[in-house]
Design a protein around this ligand. Structure first.
Ligand SMILES: Nc1ncnc2c1ncn2[C@@H]1O[C@H](COP(=O)(O)OP(=O)(O)OP(=O)(O)O)[C@@H](O)[C@H]1O
Length: 333
């Protein structure tokens, strides 16, 4: 059980039994990197997209498209920039939906991106960062994204996670998504592991038992259940990274967006984190992980890999095919 004090710290004092977590959060774990959430699920972007409420599944996102297009959505906005649903007093993030979203629930792909374009920069001087990205990621896979510095990997992840809004293109992605960033020190913010994993659940109306169960099962998936009551400052970098992933998992994401999680880790921690993510996609067939990395040796954990150059995906294949492709480019794979 979580300590009573923890409940208050997490803002979980309003418990209504029988109510269940129904919000569809997009989950940036790094406060410093948090941006107004625009959960991306179905983007078929005209230059001026519009927003609406977005609930858990692909299907309901599409269903809410028609109500948004007629302006009948009941979602309002709160101070944090998130939309709030009056129905259960539960906050839900805004989503960007368009009339051209296609119902595709039977697709084996968790993510389909087509001709995605985005320019970034100042208001006066922008330059293309995503130059027509096409990408398909199978549901339940661990898909690695590689490419040289500055080719657009993190930007693509941010677009998939709703942290950036593309200028044009189509995105059809399972939701909700959970984002974990490079530096665990920016993301593991609570004094104990249990409190940290439960952190994001504070915005839901949940019974204490539900919080504890979500925390425990998330920690189990990343092989950290035995650390539940440990002080976070006693953890190694890799353990902290696994706690950050568990924090994202606790909110039941369907898409995990993992941006260079092993950059600061030694080999043991690196493989511990990779093993944890592999375990998640093996055990939870409905969860897909996109893993951005520079480290070729990590390909052995991948189900598939894509290589980006100049804001485009130029190759997608099996890990072995990806290695062969990169060897041809002269990479020391
Ligand atoms: N907010 C921004 N404003 C202007 N340019 C940006 C912004 N964010 C990223 N860029 C530029 O977009 C390009 C792609 O950046 P991104 O971080 O996506 O690359 P990356 O492939 O993840 O690189 P790395 O492997 O070094 O992390 C870079 O040239 C970067 O400088």
């Amino acid at each position: 059980m979580l300590a009573g004090g923890l409940r208050g710290a997490l803002g979980l004092s309003r418990v209504a039994s029988g109510e269940r977590r129904t919000a569809a959060p997009h989950t940036p774990r790094c406060p410093a990197d948090s941006a107004p959430s625009t959960s991306s699920s179905h983007l078929a972007l005209d230059p001026a997209p519009y927003s609406s409420s977005c609930h858990r599944s692909r299907t309901s996102c599409i269903a809410s498209t028609s109500s948004s297009s007629t302006g009948t959505t009941s979602t309002g906005s709160n101070n944090s920039g998130r939309a709030s649903s009056p129905a259960g007093g539960i906050t839900v993030p805004p989503a960007i939906l368009t009339k051209s979203a296609v119902r595709r629930t039977s697709s084996p792909n968790s993510v389909i991106v087509h001709n995605l374009r985005l320019k970034l920069g100042s208001r006066d001087v922008k330059r293309p960062v995503l130059n027509g990205v096409d990408l398909q990621v199978r549901r339940g896979s661990l898909h690695m994204l590689l490419g040289p510095n500055g080719c657009g990997k993190s930007t693509l992840l941010k677009v998939l996670g709703g942290l950036l809004v593309p200028d044009s293109g189509l995105i059809d992605a399972d939701q909700p998504s959970g984002f974990v960033f490079q530096n665990p020190d920016h993301q593991v913010v609570m004094p104990t592991v249990a409190a940290d994993v439960a952190f994001g659940l504070g915005r839901y109306v949940l019974a204490e038992e539900e919080v504890t169960a979500a925390v425990r099962s998330s920690l189990r998936l990343v092989n950290m259940e035995d650390f539940m009551y440990r002080a976070t400052h006693t953890l190694s970098g890799g353990q902290r990274q696994r706690v950050a992933i568990a924090g994202a998992l606790a909110e039941d994401p369907k898409l995990l967006l993992l941006d260079e999680l092993t950059t600061f880790l030694d080999r043991e921690d690196q493989f511990g984190v990779l093993g944890a993510v592999k375990n998640i996609t093996s055990e939870r067939k409905d969860v897909t992980a996109i893993w951005v990395t520079h480290r070729f040796e990590e390909l052995q954990f991948a189900d598939a890999a894509s290589y980006m150059e100049n804001g485009r995906v130029v190759f997608t294949g099996t890990p072995d095919e990806a290695k062969a492709y990169m060897r041809k480019l002269g990479a020391p794979v």
